[in-house]
Structures are given as C-alpha cells and as structure tokens.
Design a protein around this ligand. Structure first.
Ligand SMILES: [Zn+2]
Length: 670
C-alpha cells in the first residue's frame, strides 16, 4: 500500500509537470495570475461584492449535507451545490488569497472527502440509486471542486479523492458497464451525465494516469453510438462539425450541452486532436449565431429556442443565468485555445449586460432568468436545504473568471482583453516582471491610458483587443499613431521601456442594432453596453416615437409658416450597414443607475406636419429594472414605431415563475 502510494505521488509529480507543459503548448493564450489582477472600477466593485457578500458569506457547511445524507435519492439535484459553490470560492481565493479564505477551502474540501465511501464513490445518491437523474451531474461538480482545491493549494488529498471518485465512476460506467449516454434525465438526452467529461480529463491532466484519458475518450466515442436515449447517438462532435443549429443537436438543454463542449475543449488540450477543437469552435459559432441574444446570453425555459431570431418576443423564462455563465466559460476556453478575440468581445458583452444584470443588490443573490422586456425577478429558493438555487450558485463562476481573461499571457507578451481601471503584473518569457496599469473610466468614457512598468528595457509584443464594434478609434504609443483593425488584436512589437504609455480612444458612438429576425425592431448599444428604456425615467405617452439616427435628412419647406419633416425610408438599408445615433450623457438619473443617456427619437404629429425630435433617457441594461420589483419596468428592443403607451408590460413575473401566486423576493435578506 505504502509503495503504491509513493509510486502514485511520484507519477503525479512527474507526469503533472510533463502534462502542464504539453497543455501549455496547446494554449495560444494562457490565463493571467489571478492574484496579480488588481481590478478596480465597476467590475472590481461587483467582484468584491460577489466574494464578500455572496460566495464567502455562504453557510458552506450546508453543501456537504446532501452527500452525507444522500438527500438526492428519488431524483434531486442537491449534489451540484457543493462543486458550484466550491469552484466559485476557489476562484475568489485565487484572486484574494487570504488566510481566512484558505481556511474555508481546506475545511470544506475535507468535509466533502469525509463523505466518500471506501471504494471512492462520492455521490449525493445512495448506492441503490446509482445513475439517478442528477447523480453523475452532482459527481461531476464534486470532482470539479476537488480539482479546484488541488489546483489552488497543491493538496494531494483532494487530487487523490478526485482520482478515487473517478475510479468508482469507471467501475460502474467504464467499457462494458452502464453507458453514461443512457443515464440522467432522458428528456435532456443524458447531456448532464456526459458533461462529466471535463473533470475526467482534468483528473488525467493532473494525475497523469492514462486510464482517465482512456475513459474520457471512451465517453466521447459513446456520444457517437446509437442508444436508447438518443437513437441516432448524441452526435455532439459530428453535428457541431456539420454546423447543425444548437437547437437540433441531441437535446436542446443549453447549459448542459455547453458543458459537454467545455469537456471537449479539455480533451483537445491534452490530446491535440484538432477535430475536437474544430467541433467546439464550430459549436460556439453556431450558438453565437443562432442563440445568443443582444445582452450576451440565451435560452427560454433553460432550452435553446432559436433565440437570436426570437429575442424580440415576450419569451418565457429567458436567459438562464447558468446559460450566461456557461457561455462565458466556454468562450473563455475557446479564447485560450484559439487566441481569437471574437470570444473576448462576446465575454465583455455578457459580463456588462446579462451577467451584471443578473447579480442582485450587493452580490448576495442572483436572478434565475433575465428578460429583455418587463421586470426582473430574483431566483426563487429552489433548494432550501442548501439555501440556494442553480443560478445563485453559478453566477459567481462567470464573474470571478475575470482576472484570468482580463490580461492574459502569450509567448510573445501580454494580451489585454478587458479595459478597466486597475493593474496587472506578469512574468515575461525571459522572467522579467512586467506591470501594466490602466487609468480609465471605460466603458463610461472612451479614453484608456495604459502604462508599462519594467525594471529594464526589453523587446516583446503587447496585444490589445480592438473590439469588432470599435470602427473608428485611435491607438498611440508614446504619441506615435499605430494602425489597428476592429475585431483583431493590435500587436505592438517593440523595445518597451519603463514609463511607456499606450493610449486608446474607443469608438463609443451610439450604435443602432437591428433585430436579427424579420421584425422591424431596433436597439441601441454604446460600446459593449446595451441600452434600455426604464420606467423610472421614461413615462407612458399617447404617441408614437421612432429612433432618430445620426444624419437623418430633415426636409424644410417655407410653406404654411415653415415645415420641417422627415420623409420615411425603410429601416433596413443595405447601403449603410452601420447606423449611429447621438447619445448625450443624461444630467439626471436615479442613484442606482450606472449610465444614462439622452437618446433622440422622432415625433411625427401628423403626416408631414410638426415633426420634431424628442429625447428619451436610456440606461445600461444591467441597471434597467434593477430594483427587482414589479414596479420597475424596462425594455430593450424598440418596435418602429414605438407606441409609448404600450412600452412597459406589467406582471411579466408570471412568465418567469410558474410555481405559485406570490412573486419571489430575495430570500435570506436581512
Ligand atoms: Zn440555473
């Protein structure tokens, strides 16, 4: 036994080093060191609130109870809470490595390990209920949590527990045993069980034991085989490669489906099998094209819904926060593996809109669904035993990955993805320590000043994300103008020296966004921020308004005392794909609204008489409706024309929540 243990540890040590090297080679961009990312500004404040009032304020002892007492017997999903919370807590600790947080991590991991059976089985279901609806799903989250503990602390006990839990899984679900593709809820086509791929690969990466890689590859092979749940097989790789719409792949459960592709990314990372990465990238692009709505999330009732085209409708239970988070996490993996800034562009939109809008108050609770019209509603308490809900446990995981992708590392130098006040340090390939300081109020203001601090001059490349929407921008280094192309990284290779300054001026003109479907609805964005009408600042009126783009041709006639009017033109014009609109910062706004702008609309009294401009205040989507009450209403998409007496539908919480007659409120609120 002793010899076996020593061999195991040596293998972990040697192969661990080997695999880390192999994997680092696959990453085009690797995450920044979390603890070196001193993120300030709005994002930094949200993250601190999320950590201090949310993640680290939870009664974490509740999360191990389901494993101890097998609370999920009969089909429950209590098992997911420990791992979801734990991975958030591990991200929080990575960012703010305090002794107190470390203590929480150690205690909770050790409590979970105590619930592990002698043969390694780690489940919230009793043995008689192996493969219960959410059994493998809960085991997956337990594995992710244990791996997070090992990654943050190097504690081998957690890695050993993860290996043993995977051994127990292989024992019942390895080749010749029960197929995981025929487990879990049949209506979601075993996607929940199959997503265990991700931690299985992570266990292989860290242990170096090939049996875990074999199991992962076996699992992916199973996806292609016909089975009782999916007569044609899940076909996650084949359908993604063929560009099949996400809604038509396997079963349309958005969050679980994306989790399977997260696992595929990890399998590519260890095997280098290009087909797997191609499948994940093509899948990500299909999701983006067909399902992701303007604020950076998707789904209706947790399911894919052809959302890009249908987002102007009054959707039921739109944009589950779990979908927002998993979409961001998938984008993050694709960004690491491909270095394509399109994924960072999309993460920025999700972060500022869908995700920030879903975090309630000071970070202690989250929304389950986030509509584009109506009212916001806190997630109901789904699981009182754990004092949580799926989205409440998941939300922080999306926010707390920010230090990793904000400033990343490439072989040639730092890669700046997120513009925010703060500073970051990283070691260059040569070992030199580089400090990057950003002075900016972006995305409120367009100017970003980046200062380089170095102990000695050195040649390397600073890559700067130039968002695809920033068509008209300025980039200078020490006042020397640098060309840049929207939708790419501007790569500035030079000998950098201490005190060098990069200045970016983003194109924050208001952009008119056309609905992707066939309806004549428009929306307004400013940089990554989606704007919305909110009934705290806009009232119902008995007239129609039209958005008034910049460059609108007014017609002036001296007849009848002087006529000034606008002749109608189709909204969809192919000759001007980009339409802009003037935005003036609003002099007044409610105190809990972050950004607000005067937006010009056209009022047409009658045919060509008395046309005039009326400004309405629009605020950032995350602030819209943020009182989370039935009285605070908002909308994003603007039909043309917009009948002002019909802009804010009431009582929409009924289509967000069907289980009772009482509108959910934030539970546990003091
Ligand atoms: Zn959820």
């Amino acid at each position: 036994m002793y010899i076996k243990r020593i061999t195991f540890l040596v293998t972990i040590f040697l192969l661990g080093i080997l695999n880390i090297k192999v994997c680092a080679q696959r990453d085009i961009l690797s995450p920044g060191v979390f603890s070196s990312a001193q993120i300030e500004g709005v994002i930094g404040q949200k993250m601190r609130n999320c950590v201090e009032n949310g993640v680290m304020a939870k009664n974490y002892e509740l999360y191990t109870v389901p494993f101890k007492n097998k609370l999920d017997n009969g089909g429950g999903f209590h098992g997911e809470f420990w791992g979801k919370w734990y991975t958030s807590a591990a991200l929080a600790y990575a960012w703010q490595p305090t002794v107190a947080y470390r203590d929480i991590l150690d205690k909770s991991a050790s409590e979970l390990i105590k619930t592990q059976d002698a043969d390694g089985r780690l489940s919230s279901y009793s043995r008689a209920e192996d493969f219960g609806y959410w059994d493998i799903w809960g085991r997956k989250y337990a594995l992710l949590g244990l791996i997070a503990h090992y990654d943050q602390t190097g504690d081998k006990k957690s890695l050993r527990a993860a290996c043993r839990a995977t051994d127990a899984l292989i024992e019942i679900a390895g080749p010749g045993k029960k197929k995981l593709t025929e487990t879990g809820l049949q209506i979601i086509g075993s996607l929940s069980s199959c997503s265990v791929l991700e931690p299985v690969v992570l266990v292989y990466e860290r242990s170096g034991d090939k049996k875990y890689l074999d199991f992962a590859e076996y699992l992916v092979k199973l996806w292609s085989e016909p089975n009782t749940y999916n007569p044609k097989g899940l076909r996650l790789v084949e359908d993604a490669l063929a560009g099949v719409d996400p809604i038509l792949i396997a079963a349309p459960k958005g969050y679980e489906m994306m989790s399977c592709y997260e696992g595929l990314c990890e399998l590519y990372r260890v095997t280098g099998e290009k087909r797997l990465l191609d499948a994940a990238v093509k899948f990500g692009k299909s999701v983006l094209k067909k399902e992701i709505m303007i604020v950076g999330s998707g789904s209706s009732g947790e399911l894919w819904c052809d959302g890009a085209n249908r987002q102007t409708e009054m959707l039921e239970q739109p944009m589950e926060t779990c979908v927002t988070v998993t979409w961001m996490k998938l984008c993050y993996k694709l960004l690491q593996l491909t270095g394509d800034p399109v994924w960072a562009d999309n993460m920025e939109v999700s972060l500022y809109n869908a995700l920030m809008g879903a975090m309630i108050d000071e970070g202690e609770w989250w929304a389950y669904f986030s509509p584009l019209i109506g009212e916001r509603m806190p997630s109901p308490m789904q699981v009182p035993v754990c004092e949580s809900s799926c989205c409440v446990a998941n939300g922080p995981r999306g926010l707390l990955i920010t230090p990793g992708w904000s400033v990343m590392k490439s072989k040639s130098g730092p890669v700046i993805n997120l513009y925010s006040k703060g500073n970051w340090t990283q070691k260059l390939e040569t070992g030199t320590e580089l400090k990057i300081t950003q002075e900016t109020n972006y995305p409120e203001d367009k100017d970003i000043l980046i200062r380089i601090d170095l102990p000695k001059p050195e040649q390397f490349t600073v890559s700067l994300r130039i968002p695809a929407w920033s068509k008209n921008m300025n980039l200078t280094v020490n006042d020397e103008k640098i060309d840049c192309v929207p939708g790419t990284y501007a790569q500035i290779k030079r000998e950098w020296k201490n005190g060098d300054q990069i200045q970016l001026e983003m194109d924050l003109r208001g952009r008119i966004i056309r609905a992707p479907g066939s309806v004549n609805d428009l929306a307004v964005m400013r940089g990554p921020i989606v704007l919305a009408l909110d009934n705290r600042v806009v009232k119902n009126e008995n007239f129609n308004l039209w958005l008034l783009p910049q460059g609108t041709q007014w017609v002036q006639k001296d007849e009848l005392g002087g006529l000034k009017y606008v002749l109608p033109k189709p909204t969809h014009t192919t000759d001007s794909p980009d339409q802009y609109i003037e935005l003036i910062p609003s002099a007044t706004k409610p105190s809990d609204v972050w950004m607000a702008f005067e937006v010009p609309f056209l009022y047409r009294y009658t045919h060509f008489f008395d046309h005039k401009q009326i400004n309405l205040v629009m605020c950032d989507y995350a602030s819209a409706g943020n009182q989370y009450s039935g009285k605070n209403l908002f909308r994003v998409w603007l039909p043309q024309p917009l009948f002002m007496n019909d802009i804010f539908p009431e009582n929409t919480w009924h289509i967000l929540y069907r289980e009772g007659d009482t509108r959910p409120v934030v539970p546990l609120k003091k």
